[in-house]
Design a protein around this ligand. Structure first.
Ligand SMILES: NC(=O)c1ccc[n+]([C@@H]2O[C@H](COP(=O)([O-])OP(=O)(O)OC[C@H]3O[C@@H](n4cnc5c(N)ncnc54)[C@H](OP(=O)(O)O)[C@@H]3O)[C@@H](O)[C@H]2O)c1
Length: 402
């Protein structure tokens, strides 16, 4: 049997004018997607931008819409509608979560780049997959909170989940053409985040500004904090185990401070295939949009002689207890990862707002998980109920810190 390919056969058309929706176009993934679209256009591989969505950065949304001329945009709150509609008179303006679902269902859409952050990306992902539309998935939280449901939607319609997160993308590329039974483990690399090499006891007083200073990647605030706690790596363990149908214990994390090796796959004969590349999301985003072909990338090639040496070390789970918590949630499965994801979103927001300390993020997550009664195979309503419950629990725990 071939290794599970989240792509499957696919339904989308393969013409050079495929229609794309960019969700979260004003974020780090969104902005990099436009570099990729620019680069593809130069190579006669244009995609037609059908629709864009943003949260609060509406002036940037307007600039991008003037440049890419989508037929529709979506904003987060109704208060911004008047300003956006006046600036973009030829565009249909949608709003909120209903608007995100409507965007992915527009005529002429073949692929959605999901660059939203957090649970808000779940329902548009399900809506897109239900309609048989491929989703290039950077937004890992929906996979963590509702992986079974997301895969079910894709399997039923034949739509594909194209990994954009650099580590699952690297594994996907290493696994193509290989057989499941030949894989012995997946090896996820982790930069270690802002505080790598620092003892946990030193992190009590660290500020959001310090935690937002990632040593190798430039990303949005939520994933940057998740990188510092290693929750991001734990979420990727859950994401990879779902996409490639292995248990979380078959996914190992190794610290790799250069962020040049994006992940590796080990086979039963002991051979290890690694994916190397620049530390830039343009590479996995472009691959998701062009696979199985490759086009010249927007970046200069990696010069291995300049890179020099590569380092690998085992993570210390006592220093990074968030990673251990993700393994535990992944083993339990069902609704538990949804509860952990929701608690973590609230805890990270509270840390960024200065309401709790860095180490409190883990305590909040642990407290919420300890109260959660897991459900097996939850449907969408159950996932949303668990998400709301866990956010409430997290917020009441946060209130005890201030
Ligand atoms: N950045 C990376 O290099 C990277 C790498 C791998 C995976 N990922 C994953 O990709 C996702 C996006 O990460 P990012 O770093 O690009 O995040 P980001 O820079 O914070 O961007 C998030 C985007 O989502 C929009 N958004 C946020 N909340 C929203 C809401 N409630 N309703 C509608 N839109 C909303 C934001 O809009 P406004 O800015 O207009 O408010 C922005 O466009 C995350 O799940 C992350 O884990 C990111």
């Amino acid at each position: 049997m071939q290794a599970p390919d989240p792509l499957g056969p696919g339904n989308g058309s393969r013409s050079s004018q495929r229609g794309v929706v960019v969700l979260g176009c004003t974020g780090s993934i969104g902005e990099t997607t436009f570099q990729v679209l620019d680069n593809l256009a130069k190579q006669d591989q244009s995609l037609h931008v059908v629709a864009l969505s943003a949260g609060g950065r509406i002036e940037r949304l307007i600039e991008l819409a003037e440049l890419w001329r989508p037929e529709a945009v979506c904003i987060a709150v109704p208060e911004d509608r008047q300003r956006v509609q006046t600036a973009l008179p030829d565009c249909e303006v949608f709003c909120g979560e209903d608007g995100l679902r409507a965007l992915v269902q527009l005529d002429g859409v073949d692929v959605i780049v999901n660059g939203l952050v957090g649970a808000v990306g779940l329902e548009p992902t399900l809506a897109a997959l239900e309609m048989g539309r491929d989703v290039a998935m950077a937004n890992k939280e929906p996979l963590v909170m509702a992986g079974g449901l997301v895969l079910d939607h894709a399997n039923k319609s034949g739509a594909r989940i194209l990994p954009v997160d650099s580590e699952p993308s690297a594994m996907w590329q290493c696994l193509r053409g290989e057989r499941t039974q030949d894989v012995s483990r997946l090896i996820l690399t982790a930069s270690g985040g802002a505080f790598r090499g620092r003892a946990r006891s030193e992190l009590k007083q660290v500020t959001p500004e310090e935690a937002l200073h990632h040593p190798t990647w430039s990303m949005g605030p939520k994933i940057t904090i998740d990188s510092a706690t290693l929750m991001n790596k734990g979420f990727e363990v859950i994401e990879a185990s779902l996409l490639f149908e292995l248990s979380v214990d078959d996914v190992e994390v190794v610290l790799h401070r250069e962020s040049i090796v994006h992940s590796l796959v080990e086979f039963v004969d002991g051979a290890i295939l690694a994916h190397l590349g620049r530390t830039d999301m343009a590479l996995p985003i472009q691959y998701a949009l062009t696979e199985p072909s490759r086009c010249a990338g927007p970046l200069a090639p990696l010069n291995l002689a300049e890179v020099g040496s590569l380092h690998f070390e085992a993570p210390d789970l006592a220093e990074f207890p968030g990673l251990a918590l993700c393994y535990e949630a992944g083993r339990l499965g069902g609704s538990t990862p949804a509860a952990l994801n929701a608690a973590n979103e609230e805890a990270v927001a509270a840390f960024l707002a200065g309401e709790v300390g860095f180490l409190d993020i883990h305590s909040i997550n642990e407290t919420v998980l300890s109260k959660h009664n897991g459900q097996d195979a939850p449907d969408l309503d159950s996932i949303l109920a668990v998400d709301a419950w866990a956010r409430g629990q997290a917020r009441s725990t946060i209130s005890t810190y201030s």
